[in-house]
Design a protein around this ligand. Structure first.
Ligand code: AMP
Length: 196
């Protein structure tokens, strides 16, 4: 299977779609956001280092997040293929990931950008704040910070991957299953190897 990056603004549905994609394609899920929240819950030293960033809706430092991902890559089985969910989020992370993958003779096949208009994102995040209770969804200022950072730091990656002919834009509006079908259609036409 190819290695895939799923990216998009907060509330685009990355987590929801990732759960379905890892099942269908047997991918190893690399989601630093989930892992960092787990560390915060367990009050590990990493959790203590990143809590103030996550609570404020800011990005955790690149070197910490890159380190967490490098550990997960190193632990995976040799034959694994990966779904990166919410990583990379900066150009520095994108280049660090490329270097990490190269040390395992791996490469990214496709970068899927889930596109959702901002008004819909805000509605979804409000809904999620009520049902999941994530601290960074609760407060309009934190949500605005996350949107701003997405536009300033994460979206520029789209150009980077366009230049590599790896970017696929997918309409993130519709039912979960409709969006999933669109993503699956992109993945199904990729060459099947994950190796360089
Ligand atoms: P997520 O669950 O992907 O929405 O991530 C939740 C929070 O974890 C983000 O708002 C950041 O504070 C932090 N985080 C997750 N992924 C990254 C990343 N790739 N780089 C920096 N911070 C991250």
């Amino acid at each position: 299977m190819p290695n895939i990056i799923l990216f998009g603004p907060p509330g685009a549905g990355k987590g929801t779609q990732s759960k379905k994609l890892i099942q269908k394609y047997q991918l190893v899920h690399i989601a630093p956001g989930d892992l960092l929240r787990e560390h915060i819950g367990r009050q590990t030293s990493l959790g203590k280092q990143v809590a103030r960033y996550i609570d404020a809706g800011k990005l955790a430092p690149d070197e910490l997040v890159v380190g967490v991902v490098a550990d997960q890559l190193a632990q995976a089985k040799h034959s694994s293929s990966f779904l990166f969910d919410g990583f990379p989020r900066t150009l520095a992370q994108a280049t660090a990931l490329e270097e990490q993958l190269a040390t395992h003779q791996l490469q990214i096949a496709a970068v899927i950008l889930l596109e959702v208009p901002e008004a819909e994102l805000l509605q979804r995040l409000q809904h999620r704040a009520q049902i999941v209770g994530r601290a960074d969804d609760q407060d309009a200022t934190k949500v605005a910070t996350r949107m701003h950072i997405y536009h300033e730091e994460t979206l520029p990656m789209a150009q980077y991957y366009t230049r590599q002919h790896k970017l696929f834009n997918v309409n993130g509006l519709g039912s979960v299953d409709e969006i999933f079908e669109r993503i699956a259609a992109v993945i199904d036409q990729l060459p099947s190897t994950s190796r360089v």
